[in-house]
Design a protein around this ligand. Sequence first.
Ligand code: PMP
Length: 385
Amino acid sequence: NKPPCECNNCYTGNDCSLLLQDCPVDANSGDPLFLEPFWMRQAERSAVLVSGWHRMSYIYQDGTSVSKELEKVIRKLHGVVGNAITENRFVIFGSGSTQLLAAAVHALSFIESSSPPARLLASVPFYAMYKEQAEFFDSAHLKFEGDAFAWKKSEDSDNVTQVIEVVTSPNNPDGMLKRAVLQGPNVKTVHDYAYYWPYFSPITVPADEDLSLFSLSKTTGHAGSRFGTNLSVYEKMKRYVTLSSMGVSRVTQLQVLELLKVVVSDGGDEIFSFGYETLKKRWDTLNKIFSMSNRFSLQTTKPEYCNYFKKVRDFTPSYAWVKCERVEDTNCYEIFRAAKITGRSGKVFGSEERFVRLSLIRSQDDFDHLIDMLKKLVSRGADFI
Ligand code: PMP
């Protein structure tokens, strides 16, 4: 039981179990707290104690035994899950896959100064960070161009301009397994596999791409630890990471090593089963509510065989990608906001305002609260079938 002082805003009572009426719910960020109960059970095994005099020097990824051990355990994890081939690949750590994404785009957009800037593309709906980073860093070598399908159809797709496509699979926001839209001698591809873990998706084939990003945030749920892995275009990416942060802190590396040791100790059985069962229950609850509505609809996916669980299973994505079906409901984000549910507008993902994304991977309290508010919204008036 949490003490009362730690109750989240909308809960009260001695054990924080009483939900306040009509308190607005935050379903915006993808804070992966759904794994918190697992780590509470592993409190002792996963703890790290570091004395002040320990690990004081700068870190170079290949320079310490912790880094080497960490690389080993990362390769082992991908091996037991079957979500990436790591043999004969470089692994690079960064401060989250956010930093590695910038490093990858930097490395791949390195072209002669006389050439026009490389174009960065992703198919709609896409994770907004790709656009925001490109616009913020404002490099002379790179321009964010938007939807990969639109580019393919356009006259500009001239097979001369250098193109970088980011392929997010499973996709944020809709959870679909995506493939690259663009091919050709001038196309380079970055695969963002942040969500390619058995919690969210069947593991259908191991990733075997030139450059793949994975994120600790969606592996163990430690979003704050800012740590990620990557393959290839190694030297330029390593230089980027060194110049932007002088490498990942040694204490973070040590903590990540201890966390991943716990994860792989039983082949990932406990954490992946716990995470998948949690999200499966959440999706069952959500599907039941939305099945009572003809005003709102959810994305649909067909079950696929999962090489990790060795069975056909549903997709259980991190986010609900909700569509407002009524012609007059043009701004879905606003409709949900008026019902005191804060999601993220479809527009943020390069898509229509008719969509809103709701996060399903937050804490159990947040999810229960979301369900409470969704029931109220869906059951209101003529919307009920
Ligand atoms: N890629 C995708 C598709 C994401 O959704 C996120 C986080 N929401 C990231 C990358 C960033 O991950 P990290 O926390 O490792 O920086």
